[in-house]
Design a protein around this ligand. Structure first.
Ligand code: TYD
Length: 224
């Protein structure tokens, strides 16, 4: 299994414009992605980069309609249907926004969720399997991987606590039970192993400042 996943990785590439970078943030609900994205934007703009922040699913007119269709769905979707909807939103986002932006020098795209969400949510938690997701994802333009992915790792209890503090109404995925969340964490951790050069796992139980410092130190190492 591990061998066939390694083989599938060879179909994937990263964008090649000099001094342009594609970054993504990953994690379960309550991991603090949005806060860290705001922080990242600031430090990268300070370094003289043009920054485009986007979220998934969504980010284009078509993608936002798909977002509504998935997150407001009143019936449980078939995992394969779910997966195809996320990939449709993503392909359009790559075509309309991400790839054109990255063709320009000194440009950085920061994406709130990308391929690792599909691998963790649909591949692991919905049981489609990593192989199926990576096979569906290997075709142009979906065969693009970020240069760096920050995975904000929190245990189930911390996610629960933070979601309860927010007190918002739960959407399609947020109302899932503990088993589902544990599968997500397993999925993410396995992907962090498979893509160990790309994914940096950060213990996100700590304070916002601790997590930001960790991200900043990593950015300093590979973005000048
Ligand atoms: P969102 O409200 O953006 O969640 P968050 O603020 O936690 O990022 O909703 C997106 C939901 O869609 C989230 O629960 C994760 C899920 N998702 C997938 O299941 N597969 C995917 O490929 C993506 C991009 C998201």
């Amino acid at each position: 299994m591990q061998n066939s996943l390694q083989h599938l990785k060879s179909f994937y590439i990263t964008p090649e414009t000099p001094e342009s970078y594609f970054l993504s943030l990953e994690g379960i609900e309550g991991s603090g992605k949005s806060t860290q994205i705001k922080f990242l934007e600031k430090i990268l703009i300070k370094k003289g980069y043009r920054v485009l922040s986007l979220r998934e699913p969504g980010g284009t007119e078509f993608g936002e309609r798909l977002r509504e269709a998935i997150l407001k769905s009143s019936t449980p979707l078939h995992p394969l249907a779910e997966c195809h909807l996320f990939l449709a939103s993503r392909a359009q986002l790559l075509k309309e926004k991400i790839l054109p932006f990255l063709l320009q020098p000194k440009s950085i795209v920061i994406l709130d969720r990308y391929i690792d969400s599909t691998l963790a949510y649909q591949g692991q938690a919905r049981k489609l399997g990593f192989k199926t997701v990576l096979e569906l994802h290997q075709h142009n333009p979906l065969n693009i991987l970020p240069h760096r992915t920050f995975y904000l790792d929190i245990p189930l209890e911390v996610s629960w606590e933070r979601q309860n503090l927010r007190g918002q109404e739960k959407d399609y995925f947020e109302s899932e039970k503990a088993d589902f969340y544990n599968e997500l964490i397993t999925g993410y951790q396995q992907m962090a192993g498979l893509f160990s050069d790309r994914i940096l796992t950060i213990d996100a139980r700590g304070s916002v400042e601790e997590v930001s410092t960790y991200i900043e130190q990593d950015i300093e190492r590979f973005i000048k």
